[in-house]
Design a binder for this molecule. Sequence first.
Ligand SMILES: *Cc1c(COP(=O)(O)O)cnc(C)c1O
Length: 497
Amino acid sequence: MSANAYSATRGLQHEEPLLFEREHKAATAIALPGVSGEIAASLFAFVRKTPARIPGLSEPETVRHFVRLSQWNHGIETGFYPLGSCTMKYNPRVNEQIVRLPGLAYVHPEQPQDSVQGVLALLFELQQWLGEIAGLPHVTLQPAAGAHGELAGMMMIRAYHDARGDNKRRKVLVPDSAHGTNPASAVLAGLNTVEIKSAANGRIDLDALKANLGEDVAALMLTNPNTTGMFESDIGEICELVHRAGGLVYGDGANLNALVGIARPGDMGIDCLHINVHKTFATPHGGGGPGAGPVAVNDLLAPFLPVPRIEKNGDVYQIICEGEQSIGAVFGSLGQTGVLLRAAAYIAAFGCNDLHKIAEDAVLNANYVLARLKDVYHVPFPGLCKHECLLTDEWQERHGVKTLDIAKRLIDLGMHPMTVYFPLIVHGAMLIEPTETEAKETLDTFCDAMLEIAAQCEAGDTAILHDAPLLPFRRRLDETQAARKPVLVWNDSGFSS
Ligand SMILES: *Cc1c(COP(=O)(O)O)cnc(C)c1O
């Protein structure tokens, strides 16, 4: 099949100069009346000395510029978006309708509590639901992202040890497959981290764990299923070992859709878990938009939860601002209400009896992709995966083709690439997470594209893969340079940094 036969988009990118670079005449689409007489006198101090710099373009040209810019983004609503370790990319329309209801959209954080009982009731319900899903009954909705939830969790764990006078415990064990935010959050909370190697099966190495346990260990930070898409099948033993050594187990529940409604981290022995509701419960992740990372804890950590919190007293919902042992506020108000309410809407749409369908479909979709690709792409950790599947470029590398080439070629074929080069423990990683919202036909479209790329490799037809993407105006960008030396300023003599 030829390039872009697979989806309706071409190359994902468009070229669009700045308005000032396109202008072609001194006239503009804007005609402002001159100012004279009394008005001019009263505005005296404010009258411009130099003409305003308005681009010389007609109205249709200007409109087209902005409409084209609005079409630049490739998103889940344009095409398939298989990024791994990101979970939900689609945001059902009903969520948007719900959060735009005036009674939810226009409340103010400082409004009298008796005038916002509805929102408080919804947020309180969400606390209860997340507690039930996590198997950890006490929940704070405050943290504004997954990493922020990790920080709050680490602060609570530290406060817990300190409150018992056990203040030697400053070490946090972090597996080498962990998301980079894990060690960063532990360090921000004033703790230090020790890396635990993974075993050959992609799971935590129990001997390495045992060797590092001791009286200085505050916690183990564990992601389950981990970032290779594998379930930590020794989870019971892992938690027991850490607890016996006096530490706590922190669970990274950023991507919870392999477990939701089926298994509960609290039941596995995890003491504290953050949930990226902007990944697991619908709000699209990425693009720098708002998120929310509620944290659920067990009874041991409950006294240390951030305030303010919502409690229910009879029929009245109250915001509680005091907590003797609380770590204090980690956010300006109760939390990112818009994101939290979308999550509540997503959970309510399934209802407690059908929540497990999220996990079943997410895991089935990932395994379908794995099954179709496992004979042509190397699978580092064989067996069933959970919500995402991990491949590598090992077999393509023999033909000189790398993960980056494969990812760039997908752009030509009209699809956003998967997560590449993460997790770090696997050389040339390609992490694919379709989520529960994709149809089999979409998965087939993606797998067909991946199979075509592999076939081109085998046939020695590699030039096209090294040159890809061929269709976008901008092709292989120097991302390091862009991050290190961003060019942010334009004036009439051009761009400057
Ligand atoms: C995304 C992610 C995080 C961080 O969440 P943010 O909301 O981006 O801060 C942490 N851990 C894992 C496994 C993740 O996938």
